[in-house]
Structure formats: structure tokens, C-alpha cells
Design a protein around this ligand. Sequence first.
Ligand SMILES: Nc1ncnc2c1ncn2[C@@H]1O[C@H](COP(=O)(O)OP(=O)(O)OP(=O)(O)O)[C@@H](O)[C@H]1O
Ligand SMILES: [Mg+2]
Length: 499
Amino acid sequence: MEEIILKAENMFKEFGATKAVSDVTLELRKGCVLGLVGENGSGKSTLSSMIAGVYPPTKGVMTYKGEEYRPKSVLDARKAGIQYLTQEQGTIDGMTVAENMFLGEEDQMSKMGNVSIKKLNLLARKILDENGMNYVNPKAMVETYSFEDRKMIETARALSHQPAILIIDETTTALSQKGRERIYEIIFEQKKAGTAIVIISHDLDEVQKLCDEVLIMRDGVYVDTLKGDEINAHNMREKMIGRTMEGSYYRGDFECTYEDEVVLEVKDLSVWGIFSDVSFELHKGEILGIGGLSECGMHELLKTVFGAIRPTSGSVTLVQNQVALKNTTVSVKNKVAYIPKDRDKESLFQPTSIKDNIVASSYDKIKKGFFIKPSDEKKLADEQAKKIEVKMQNIEQLIRDLSGGNKQKVVIAKWIANESQIFIMDCPTRGIDIGVKAKIYKLMDTLKHEGISILMVSEEMMELIGMADRIITMKDGRLSKEFTRSKDLSESTIISAIV
Ligand SMILES: Nc1ncnc2c1ncn2[C@@H]1O[C@H](COP(=O)(O)OP(=O)(O)OP(=O)(O)O)[C@@H](O)[C@H]1O
Ligand SMILES: [Mg+2]
């Protein structure tokens, strides 16, 4: 067994009445990859946050490199060699890339002599280049980059000082295939360099592939540690939800079923430099899947359909009333919902409550005359949050205090509350645990049978095959192929149409 580098013993964390972590003990070893697995809200990010100095434990003792370890802050932990790639955005708007990269290290830098901004930028340039990111400008404001690029900037920063411990929290599912592979490479390199690595992921195949050991949590408590051959999706699933999962995960049928009526027509849609000449029809009661590599333009296509990006040419029309979806206001008014991949930035008000977020798009529905009764608001939000099982104290809880996957559930609840007729979903199950994933699939199936139409982009081929009536694939900004729902459709058939 490799040398233990950090031990966290009998860790507890309470937030008011929430017991986020209760009596969990964990050991990190040199050159070993530990997986942290559990349902949404089971305490994975909280446990990592304590190790990374985000906040102190309510109770518990940590020993790092043989000494008691009590980080006072994230910077403190970073200086000690512990790097945490968080689940959410880890860079700060309003600062340049270089400033973000050296945030909090200014004092150390000035000890090396008078550091000028110029030197800082040069150093950032060097680190970015070493990480294959020569396209990033250290002087540019960080918010001009995509979520993915910002994650990679954060990663480059974390690796710029060789860390002793690297914690990667649900990062891979937010990235494109390319980004994901880069993270796998990093894990491989870091493992060789003797870094202790923690991986948090809901992609159980990924966990199986990468981890030497897997620690399973449920409702904040320790369940078990799996090693070697014990690490497989079946074992992990069973231990994390406490029972075996029954019934089929995706839709049970293999029929392509939808009504003849076309509800949404996309015609010759182009956004210059991103995608061109995209045309398709979405039918009533249809789940239409779009598959491709992350860079193929499909995410932008969805945004454009919803009216959040202005197309260079082409049109998006609601057939029934011949309304053009020119902007998001028109879309929302016409009961078109949009669930983005980057939920934190695009669809939630972090400092407000679950209730406020859920009712935000439904005021018209619950308004009686000019008034909205607080009790109606409460009822609507409560019903919807419970329907999709948001793990919360109550609906007054702030969004920012929810676990990552539970935030995503609130986004979905919000649009269902609004009785949307068309759902545009971009990777709807990203960061969602397998139990809830199954529920979302059920929900999609129910919506479909109620005559609601769903346009879904996904990077998981199995999700497309499992749920869609038709799948259209995109490649380099153009539609490449179309597949109809069938038992014989395989992952490799679809992949061959997108790469
Ligand atoms: N700052 C906070 N204030 C109040 N409650 C919090 C706070 N942070 C986390 N919690 C609660 O602690 C519990 C554990 O959350 P945590 O984020 O650790 O879950 P997780 O296992 O990382 O889930 P996910 O897979 O969804 O990311 C949740 O019930 C969450 O709402
Ligand atoms: Mg988390």
C-alpha cells in the first residue's frame, strides 16, 4: 500500500439543521485515485470543501503529511499543495485570465522582487502553453471564455504548482469529449507524479475506469469502500441508493411514435462561423435528439432555437400560431422552455430561494387579476420541487446552498411549473445521479405522452438511443444524418456519423 498523505477522521459538517457530512473518515494515498460516489446531496462536495479549506469541519481531525492540518482558507490549502477543481465556476468575472491564475499569490510573487503585470502575463502565458492552451490570452477578461475554457484555465492554475492532492469535482461531465480526455491525461500524469487524486463523478463507467478505490456516501454518511474488482457500476449503484434499481432505465418501448402535427419548424438556420443551413421539424409528442461532438455547434443551435442567439439567417417558427421565436421573451411567453448545460450562469438566480426560482416563469399562471397569492406561489413551488425530489430543507432555502445536481432539478421544476409545451434541453442529466436520472427519463416519457415535444441535445449516445424518437447528428456545424428509433441502433453507428 502506498503512503497515506492525508487522513480526514470522523468528519462532520452541519449547515443549520442539515447534516451534510456525518462521521466520514477518508484516507488519500500517494499516486492513488479515490472515487467519491453518492447521490445528489450526499455530501461529496462538502467533504471535499473541508479538505480544500473552503470551510472548517463542524467536528473532525485532518492529518496531512504527518501533521495536524487545519486550513484557514482555500488559499491556505493551495499553498499547502491541495488543489480543488470545484463543481461550479471557479474563476471570477471582471478579472483577466492571468489575474485569476495568480489570485492570492501576489504576496509570494512580490517577494520574488517587484512583479509587474507584464511578468504575470508572461508567466500565465507559459503555464497556458504548457497545458496546450495557446489560444487563451492571459490579458483577456476571463468571462470572455466559455465554461469549458474557464475550467481548463482553472485546471492549468491548479497544476502550475505541482499539487500533492488534486480533487476533481464533477468536472468531466461539464466538458466536451476533448476536454474530458485532457482531464484523463492529467489524471494519468499526476498519478505517475505521486499526486493523491480524488474524483467525484456520476458517470460510473468513468469512475470504474479511473479509480483505485471508491468511497461511497449516502445522506452524508459513509457506506462502504470498494477496491479492485468490486468497483463496477452495479455495486456502486446498489450501495449508493441502498437498494437494487428495478425496471428499465430509459423508455421501455422501441417504437418511433409522435403525432403528424408539426409544432416547431427550423428552416435554413445559420449562425456565422458556428453552424449552417440547419433545417428540421419537431412534432407534437416527439422526443427529437441531437447528437454530436461538443464543438459541432449543437449547443449554440439550441440557444438559437430558443432565441438566445440571433441567427445570421434562417427562421424558427411555432407552427400553430406562426410566431417566430426571435428572442427569449417570445419563447417563454409561448411556453417554450430551455434547460441549458451551464445552469448556474444561465438559468438560476443563486441568491434567491428555490420557491422564487420555480415560480419565476409562472407568474401568469398563478396570477388572479393583479395579485399573486403567496400561498399559491408556495403551493406551486412545493408541488414541483417535491415531484422531482429536490433535496432541500424547504422551498425557502437559497439556491446557492443546494448541491450541484439539486440545482439542475430546480431548473427542470421551474419549466414544468410553467406548463411548457416545448422543452429544449441541453444535456439535461448532466451532474445528476443515476436515481434521479431515471426519474427525469420517466418524466420525459410522461411529457411525451401528454403531447409535449422535446428537443434534446446530449453527449451521451446511450441517452439519445434510449429516449429519442428520432436522432439527428451534427458534424462541423452541419446536420450529418438522421436515425429513427429502433432496437438495432447502436452507439457506434451514431458515433460514426458525428466524428
Ligand atoms: N452552504 C450550504 N448551506 C446549507 N446547506 C448546504 C450548503 N452546502 C451544501 N449544503 C447541503 O448539504 C448537503 C450535501 O451537499 P453536497 O453539495 O455536499 O452534495 P453532493 O454530494 O456534492 O451532491 P451533487 O452530486 O448534487 O453535487 C445538501 O443537502 C446541500 O443542500
Ligand atoms: Mg457536489
